[in-house]
Design a protein around this ligand. Structure first.
Ligand code: NAD
Ligand code: MLT
Length: 531
């Protein structure tokens, strides 16, 4: 029986033809399907290839039977519930490379259109039939300052084009080294500097908890009145209501928007639809023949290789190893990723180095899968879905982050121990973890403190002065706010009169609770870690 592949959202013909060449695959093309229709149709399929219109929600994924892979022909997998797919053992793949140039060129087209008011002049000439040569005086790009937020694939390509136009380029990205930025002719700056000094600001980050609404009323207040904002990344990175208001009252000179927090943006009506000086397009950044060819071929090849040969590439939720080895290493892979994620949520400054040391009995000789998992965890907070097990090492390389792998055969207190030591430009952080024979994993070291903790759910990490009463104060705050403490571990460094408290809690930690904890005088540092 051939593997059944469902293709929705109009995948480029080249991708379909490639799939059809394999006798092992049966390819069925459908228009975009939604909700119950999608749930019904999905039954019996091994793979689905989608673009951004098909929403693979938890409900749809849970209702599927036998689905092995979801392939997203594009970068963002925000239309796929990745945790739900992971829980069901479904591989989620993306095609991160194919549409970079299209989107970078398109961003530039948006910037020039804004600077020269081209769409507005076009509308008046063609639609209103008026010959108006006074209203549409624009500005030149030469000598203007461009602020790029997010210096990944697309952001850096935009930077290269801006150089050719003689622009001064400021950039912000927590995972780019000064050296690399300098090579690109970009001055790494704080967000504040970008907001204050830029004539144009363009956004190229994924949509994450940190980036959602990162440009809102407060940030707009810092900007020049002549600023023009471009968002060809994901809707909602610039808060839509705040931006619409700023366009209405002239606080911002113009905006060009390709993406919306809800697409299409008509119901409920997006406030940007009624804002002046605002170019709005229906998510067209990747809409070129070249990009659609690239992502269709990238996705089709990945799906064929996975179904026919069991090979995993470009996965956002699985490492690229055979299924058998993955099952054996699962505990180590998950532990490495969780420790990477814990460090990224606790460390201050720009990451410079990751050293991963595997001691004792770890079956796999090639440790790269654990390094990839640790890096995926480390980057996930900033790169969101675009980092996967396959590209996490190259991502580190392209960002000038040194990665060192070490194997130490010696068996110490634990039969196996994975240690991650991460250096930033401000500090070093070390985490150690072990996997028991039942595949249970624990974090057993946090810098110079030793304990055994489950890296699951919400973890509160408290560094405090080792004085009587601190635990009581923390317990009282939690109790009064009805936060159930699942476990509490305390480790002390008596030489320095310091201690570390790790709390696993069942509920969400609100900003109010965080503020109350921060006010406890003996608490030196506090981090809320979500795993
Ligand atoms: P990328 O992963 O190569 O780059 C994203 C960059 O954002 C990374 O360098 C990351 O370090 C940085 N970043 C993350 N959090 C940040 C933060 N808080 N502040 C500053 N920088 C931060 O991704 P890419 O391929 O360049 O894609 C960028 C965005 O464009 C994504 O959201 C993607 O989904 C979107 N996209 C849109 C279209 C479109 O049609 N409009 C097409 C392709 C990609
Ligand atoms: C992407 O994430 O790749 C883009 O949004 C382009 C798209 O698929 O439409």
């Amino acid at each position: 029986m051939p593997f059944k592949v469902l293709v929705t959202d109009k995948l480029d013909k080249e991708g379909i033809d490639l799939l059809k060449k394999y006798p092992e695959l049966e390819v069925i093309e459908k228009e975009t399907l939604k909700g119950d229709d999608l749930k019904k149709e999905l039954k019996g399929y091994d793979a689905i290839i989608i673009r951004s219109d098909t929403k693979m929600t938890r409900e749809v994924i849970e209702a599927s039977d036998g689905l092995k892979v979801i392939s997203r022909a594009g970068v963002g997998v925000d239309n796929v519930d990745v945790p739900a797919a992971t829980e069901k053992g479904i591989v989620v793949m993306n095609a991160p490379l194919g549409n970079t140039i299209s989107t970078a060129e398109y961003t530039f087209a948006m910037m020039i259109s804004l600077a020269r008011k081209i769409p507005f002049a076009h509308a008046v000439t063609k639609i209103e039939g008026k010959w108006d040569r006074k209203t549409f005086k624009g500005v030149e790009l030469l000598g203007k300052t461009l602020g790029i937020v997010g210096l990944g694939r697309i952001g850096t390509e935009v930077g290269k084009r801006a150089r050719a136009f003689g622009m001064r380029i400021l950039g912000y990205d927590p995972y780019i080294s000064d050296e690399l930025a300098a090579q690109l002719g970009i001055e790494l700056s704080s967000l504040e500097k970008i907001y204050k000094e830029s004539d144009f600001i363009t956004l190229h980050t994924p949509l994450t908890e940190q980036t959602k609404g990162m440009i809102s009323k407060k940030e707009i207040e810092m900007m020049k009145k002549s600023v023009r904002i471009i968002n060809c990344a994901r809707g909602g990175i610039a808060d839509e209501a705040a931006l619409a208001e700023a366009l209405q009252n002239g606080r911002v000179a113009g905006a060009a928007i390709d993406v919306f927090s809800k697409e299409p943006p008509f119901e409920p009506r997006n406030p940007l639809l009624d804002a002046p000086n605002c170019i709005l397009n229906p998510h067209l950044g990747a809409s070129t023949s070249e990009a659609q060819f690239n992502v269709a071929v990238e996705s089709a090849e990945a799906v064929a290789n996975f179904l026919i040969h069991g090979m995993i590439v470009n996965s956002v939720n699985m490492p690229s190893v055979s299924k058998e080895l993955f099952a054996r290493l699962k505990g180590f892979i998950t532990l490495s990723e969780k420790m990477g994620s814990m460090i990224s949520q606790c460390i201050e400054g720009q990451i410079k180095e990751l050293r991963i040391t595997c001691s004792g009995e770890i079956e796999e000789k090639d440790l790269s899968i654990l390094t990839r998992a640790a890096l995926k965890g480390l980057f996930n907070r900033f790169l969101g879905d675009t980092v996967n097990y396959v590209n996490s090492t190259s991502t580190a390389k392209s960002r000038g982050i040194k990665v060192v792998e070490e194997k130490d055969e010696a068996v110490g207190e634990y039969t196996n121990l994975i240690t991650l030591a991460v250096k930033s430009d401000q500090e070093q952080m070390i985490l150690g973890g072990t996997v028991y024979s039942n595949n249970q994993y624990k974090v057993v070291r946090f810098n110079d403190y030793f304990f055994e903790v489950d890296p699951q759910g919400t973890l509160i990490v408290i560094s405090n002065e080792d004085k009587p009463g601190v635990i009581g104060k923390v317990g009282t705050i939690m109790g009064e706010r009805k936060v159930n403490i699942a476990s509490m571990q305390v480790s002390r460094k008596s030489s320095e009169n310091k201690a570390l408290i790790l709390l696993n809690v069942d509920s969400v930690i609100t900003t109010e609770i965080e503020n109350l904890l921060s006010k406890v005088p003996e608490i030196l540092k506090l981090k809320i870690v979500k795993l």
